[in-house]
Write a protein that binds this ligand. Structure first.
Ligand code: MF3
Ligand code: CO
Ligand code: CO
Length: 244
């Protein structure tokens, strides 16, 4: 969607605050021994308190409130009884709907102490998101954002997962345009446009496949993944971060 009134912006920001709170509350509870289902319940409680609903459930009948992906799982991991272990990386990818407005964000959190390579992987995704946010301005081709993200990831020795991209958002989870993490000739960003930027990156070559559960996307080579995401409103200057 494109924002064209202060009321719309306020409503979108309200959803963004719920998403940020859910991620914060889940992140506080990440430790060896906690199950992904328990973390999902934390998000469910935050949503309930604010009258928000799960975007993945509403739009796709996803079998969870949030998408919780561990290690070589890139995206759309299903919450369940599986318990986290020291050294793992968990991606807390949360999309909420409140009063018809959607916001989407993700943070990668280490489980206890993780290896230096995993730390560098997380830092690369986070830094690439920052570069993408700096590049996202009205009048700029969306491919410029992808190039900024991709350059930062490869500079740090990792690879983006090319088939997983950011997207327009607002009245549904996935709207136009696609926001891939690569250089391409796409549409031009416009003032007020609401998008996500989300570098989903792997320590290996970034090739992925769909797991038997029909949801979880995993790396072929078993390498770890990191993922940070924000929802933002494009402006002539610095974007408005909705999920910070
Ligand atoms: N949060 C995901 C994204 O960033 C969307 C998940 S919807 C699902 O695009 F149903 F596929 F899980
Ligand atoms: Co997301
Ligand atoms: Co997204």
């Amino acid at each position: 969607m494109s924002i064209d009134s202060p009321d719309e912006l306020a409503a979108l920001r309200a959803t963004g605050r719920v998403v940020a709170e859910a991620i914060r509350e889940m992140a506080r509870r990440v430790r060896p021994g906690v199950s992904t289902g328990e973390l999902d319940d934390v998000a469910a409680q935050v949503f309930k308190r604010h009258g928000a609903r799960s975007g993945p459930q509403l739009d796709y009948d996803f079998p969870g409130v949030t998408c919780l992906s561990v290690d070589d799982e890139a995206v759309h991991g299903i919450p369940g009884p599986r318990r986290l272990r020291e050294g793992q990386l968990i991606k807390l990818d949360v999309t909420a709907e409140l009063d018809g407005f959607y916001a989407d964000a993700c943070r990668t959190v280490p489980v206890g102490r993780v290896r230096p390579r995993e730390q560098r992987l997380m830092a690369a995704s986070q830094s690439a998101l920052k570069r993408g946010l700096e590049a996202a301005k009205a009048g700029v081709n969306v491919g410029v954002v992808g190039k900024a993200v991709n350059d930062e990831v490869t500079r740090r020795g990792f690879n983006v997962i090319e088939e997983l991209a950011g997207h327009g958002i607002g009245r549904k989870i996935h709207e136009e345009p696609d926001v891939p993490n690569i250089d391409w000739d796409g549409p031009t960003l416009t003032d007020g446009l609401v998008i996500t930027i989300e570098p989903i990156i792997a320590a290996g070559d970034g090739e992925v496949y769909m797991h038997d559960d029909g949801w979880t996307v995993k790396t072929y080579d078993g390498s770890s993944c990191a993922h940070f995401e924000h929802t933002l409103v494009v402006t002539e200057g610095a974007p408005i971060l909705v999920t910070a």
